[in-house]
Design a protein around this ligand. Structure first.
Ligand SMILES: [Ca+2]
Length: 254
């Protein structure tokens, strides 16, 4: 608690200097994660979600770097022993474990999240916020749902964003045969269609060409002649599908 008190003190001093109207107590929360649950593997599954590594840094500096110097920083992982600071693009979840750290018996890594990067119920990634809607709906229903939440249906602009979506929200490719009997089962809607062009797929919100994700094998095939919407499959690939199919939804906003 002493460390946290000094951190708050430093932040208050900083805020007094620049006059920003933050309410620290309600905005930020500190969590110390047990290494058994989060640091028990050596596989660096999500080094890709680390924005920056810094060495020989104090914990409070690490937090301030996250707050001030990076619009994309959603949380930090700080190692008291090594004095290393990692700025992360997202919050850690059970699906995003194994952030690499040194695996000593006295691991002092600590995790701190900027809770108000996104509103409650929304997940941060690289300065955007995402809302996961578990219920399966048609493409039109998904568009309306996101619009009502003052957001837009998922637009995928990089392979990193795709891997974060898949890691965080989609079921794994194998081991879910009962829920998802086909390779395309349990997909998720994206906001791309070819309604207006019939030759290429366009993101409906930003009105830009769909560059990501990669197509699944043999796609797009416009099977049956009515596949004008795009789903993201569990293998991170795109498929053109009928817009009246029902999939889960992710809404996105800046
Ligand atoms: Ca298809």
């Amino acid at each position: 608690m002493q460390g946290f008190a000094s951190l708050v003190c430093i932040l208050q001093l900083y805020i007094l200097h620049v006059g920003r109207p933050y309410q620290l107590t309600s905005m930020y929360k500190e969590t110390i994660l047990g290494r058994d649950s989060l640091f028990d593997g050596s596989t660096p599954k999500n080094t890709q979600y680390i924005l920056t590594n810094m060495e020989e840094t104090t914990r409070s500096s690490c937090v301030i770097f996250c707050l001030i110097y990076s619009s994309e920083c959603a949380s930090i992982l700080y190692d008291e022993e090594l004095r290393s600071c990692r700025l992360l693009l997202t919050h850690l979840s059970l699906n995003l474990t194994n952030v690499p750290t040194h695996n000593t018996p006295n691991d002092q890594s600590q995790y701190w999240a900027r809770l108000k990067v996104c509103e409650d119920g929304w997940y941060p990634f690289a300065s955007h916020c995402y809302f996961f809607y578990e219920t399966k709906v048609t493409f039109d229903e998904a568009l309306i749902f996101c619009r009502e939440k003052e957001s837009y249906l998922l637009e995928l602009q990089s392979s990193l964003e795709i891997s974060w979506i898949v890691d965080s929200f989609l079921l794994p490719v194998s081991g879910v045969d009962e829920q998802c009997p086909e390779f395309y089962s349990c997909s998720m809607w994206t906001g791309a269609t070819d309604f207006n062009t019939t030759t290429k797929f366009i993101w409906t919100h930003s009105d830009t060409d769909m560059v990501f994700p990669e197509w699944g094998s043999g796609q797009p095939n416009n099977a049956g002649g009515d596949q004008h919407c795009i789903s993201l499959m569990r293998d991170s690939k795109a498929n053109d599908v009928s817009c009246v199919l029902r999939y889960q939804v992710i809404c996105e906003r800046e």
